[in-house]
Each structure stands twice: as structure tokens, then as C-alpha cells.
Design a protein around this ligand. Sequence first.
Ligand SMILES: Cc1ncc(COP(=O)(O)O)c(C=O)c1O
Length: 366
Amino acid sequence: MKHTMIEYDNLNKVNKPFADELKNAFRDVLDSGWFILGKNVELFEYEFAAYVGVRHCAGVASGLDALILSINAVDIPKGSEIIVPSNTYIATIFSVVQTGNTPVLVEPDIRTYNINPDLIEAAITKNTRAIIVVHLYGKPCDMDPILSICKKHKLYLIEDCAQAHGASYMGKMTGSFGDIAAFSFYPSKNLGCLGDGGAVTTNNPDFINKVKMLRNYGSNIKYNNIYVGMNSRLDEIQATFLRIKLRHLDAITEHKRCLAKIYHEKINDKFILPYEKEGFKDVYHIFNIRHELRDELRQHLLMHDIRTEIHYPIAPNRQKALTFLNHLSFPVSEEIHRTTLSLPVSTFHSVDDINKVAAVLNSFHA
Ligand SMILES: Cc1ncc(COP(=O)(O)O)c(C=O)c1O
């Protein structure tokens, strides 16, 4: 039998189908001699806003910057408390700390891995100004109860959509629920560029104007600086790549959802699979399973030449960078970190690859 390794990801293979288009686009930008804030960024912003179903978009340098700029745009007084999920990639929490605010961590629902709406109100104090929801792994959060809480307590809603391009809740796109939303186009994302990139989406013209100034030295007229801004612009070259890949995003999503369906059908009940609920369209940026003996399981797969990842091995409250959280305990989040394993689910994986992963998983005897 032919011996083939099943990779977790391979960004060369991911971009291969678009290689000719990307090379032509590179040539066009090179020939234009215009590299910062030009027509490609403007067109991408217009097209991405239309895709998400909002009025405005601003291209920025990364997902972390998109979060920082979002917090700064909604004008929260420094030292505010911002509610964040305890189970997220660390960037969400860093954005709160780096803007001079205090992250208040709320546990996820053990089935969805997303923030548990039932636990949010208990975390609200007179200093709370915003909630950041994270649509983790590409699964939308339970938005209706969260929107009601924001309305009742007059809190800004910021969405971290870094893993959720094209995901939707009851037919409405993630990135269109919040006062403002942050996206990452890190190369491995479902919509990834060939370097770092990010975007902010919103329906609020004041917020987008502020983001557009803050990303560009606090300026919208050359050498006229209104805010102490950043240099956080999406490059023209990345914008042109993103315009190409945005046209393929729905096909990328469908491929991943098709592979995920096979996992759901084939993997046996020894493993905890992603929770699927009517109306929550998951784009499976990550397809994770959970198992008590995660590390042994990972080894078992590796012995059969199947590569996996762990998103994430260390909970944010256990990270050295966040010592002020180290004394706190988040048992649900820590349980997820202890047991989660991410399976191959990329655009270059075939149905045969996924069937093989499922069969090898099912042969794991603990
Ligand atoms: C949930 C989440 N938020 C924010 C980010 C930050 O994005 P970037 O790496 O583009 O700064 C990421 C990226 O990995 C992420 O997964």
C-alpha cells in the first residue's frame, strides 16, 4: 500500500489553486509602484464589507491590531473592564491589556467552547464597558442572548472573528452583529493572505473613520495628525491577494464543511465531536475533538502518519504573560485545553484523507 502522510496544514498546497492569479496580481502591484493605501485596499474594504453585510470595513496590519483598533474606536475610558471568554487565543486578551483595560474572563459552554451567555451577567460590574465575543474554531456564538445583555447593560459588543470568516448565526454573518468586529487574515485562516493582515468591520461611520485614522498615524490628511495613532495598514499587495481569495471563500468553506460532515458521520462515540445546532453555521476553521487521553491519541495518529495540532495547549489564565490571571481558576476552559485535539481539515485534504483519519481514530484503544 502507498504510504502517504496526512499533513495538518500546508500553506503551499492551500494557495496552489490560486497561484496563477496571485502571481499576476503581484505583477500588477509591482508595476503600479503604489504599495500603501491605494485602490486594492479600498476595493477589498468595499468587497469585504459587502460580503459580511456591513456598511464599512478598514484593512489593517493584523488581527491583533484589528482588536486593539476596535477597542480604541469605541472609545472606552482607560481602566474599563471588558468581558472576554476564558477559552480563546491569547490575542483577544492581549488586546484588552494593551489598550489599558482589564480583561474579565467568563467561562465557555462545554459543548460549544464559546462564551456561555448564562454566565455573563454575573461578571458585569459598574466598570464594565464592553463584551468581546470570539467565534472560536469558526463556530458562531449564541448571539441573541448576548445582544440582549449588551442592550440591557449598555455595553459595546466587539466580535473577534479571527477564525470565523463566512460563519453565520440564524443566516446573519459573524462580523455584522457587534458595534464593531475584528478579523485576521493570518495565512492559515479560512481567508488568509500571504503574510499578516486584518480588518475591522462596522456599520458605524464614526468608528470606521477613527479606525482609518488610528491605523495611519492618527491622520486622514497627510502630515495632519489628530490622534496618537499606529502604523497598522493592510498592504496593497495583501489586499490584492485577499480580493482574489475572497472570491473563493464560499468554496473554501463548503469544502471544509463537507470534510467536517464526513468526520461527524464516521467518527465513533468514544470521542466528543463539535456541537452542531440548527442556525449556527460553523466554517470549521478548526475541527476539534476531545478525548481524556488526548496526548496518547495524538501519538496514535502520528504513528499512522497523521499530523494534528492542539488549539490550545495552555489556557490564557495559565500563561506567564498574564501573571495577574494565574491565581484564577477556569475549570471548563482548562478541561477543554487538556482534552482538545485538532484534526486535519484543510482545502487540500481529500475525502479519502478524512476517511483514513476517522478510521485510525476509531482504531484507538485506550
Ligand atoms: C481568536 C483570535 N483572535 C485574534 C487573533 C489575532 O490575529 P493575528 O494573528 O492576525 O494578529 C487570532 C489569530 O491567530 C485568533 O485566533
